[in-house]
Design a protein around this ligand. Structure first.
Ligand SMILES: [Fe+2]
Length: 213
């Protein structure tokens, strides 16, 4: 399985192409600011894009969808959309096969109500739900509580070796693992939702105190 990361611009936005090397079928996540680069890469390497997915409906993740569809004929799917080929709706635990691989949809509300993560093999694409050393921005009430549940009841249930590929390159490195985030991410080390919200409220001071950029 190939995971190709694209630094697309914007606010250090990241896009991904996941390729099945035997069938040459691929899926693309959040083409964002670089749809042409992804289309060029796919055609240079002989990949056919079976699906395009967006992790959530924020403009910095969806702004490349129209250009991508124009170039490939493949329409981006978001939470709740129905895949026209299979009739599968993008809902929690839905699976969409491509080549010899399968993409599993995880509904992880918090940053937005429609936030999704995508699991392909041992690779998890977390959008703006989980970053390297941080978590997605929310309000300090319902959004934060939903995000806490999504993080602990869904993402932290995955094996430690699961690779984490976020929607923005805002950490000390572009990607991580569930095990590394479980043991080092200050938001995931908070023992309950109230102290999780407290860290969000005081994040600027925490960063300064701990020398975090
Ligand atoms: Fe976002």
């Amino acid at each position: 399985m190939l995971v190709k990361t694209f630094h697309t611009g914007g606010d250090r936005n990241l896009a991904y192409l996941i390729g099945d090397e035997s069938s040459k079928q691929a899926v693309v996540i959040d083409p964002s600011y670089a749809p042409e680069d992804i289309v060029d890469f796919a055609s240079a390497k002989g990949y056919e894009v079976a699906y395009v997915f967006c992790t959530h409906n924020h403009g910095d993740h969806t702004n490349g969808n129209v250009a991508f569809e124009r170039a490939t004929g493949v329409k981006a799917l978001l939470f709740g959309d129905v895949d026209p080929a299979t009739g599968t709706q993008l809902a929690h635990d839905a699976s969409l096969p491509f080549g010899n691989l399968e993409l599993r949809v995880l509904h992880t509300p918090g940053h937005t109500p429609d936030s999704l993560c995508f699991l392909v093999g041992d690779a998890l694409f977390t959008g703006d739900t989980l970053f390297v050393g941080k978590v997605g921005g929310t309000d300090l009430d319902h959004g934060a509580r939903a995000e806490y549940r999504s993080l602990h009841e869904i993402l932290m249930k995955l094996p430690d070796g699961t690779r984490v590929f976020p929607g923005h390159d805002v950490g000390v490195k572009p990607s991580s693992t569930i095990g590394n985030e479980r043991t080092t991410n200050p938001f995931l080390l908070r023992e309950d939702v109230e102290s999780f919200i407290d860290l969000k409220r005081n994040w600027a001071a925490y960063k300064e105190e701990h020398g975090i950029a």
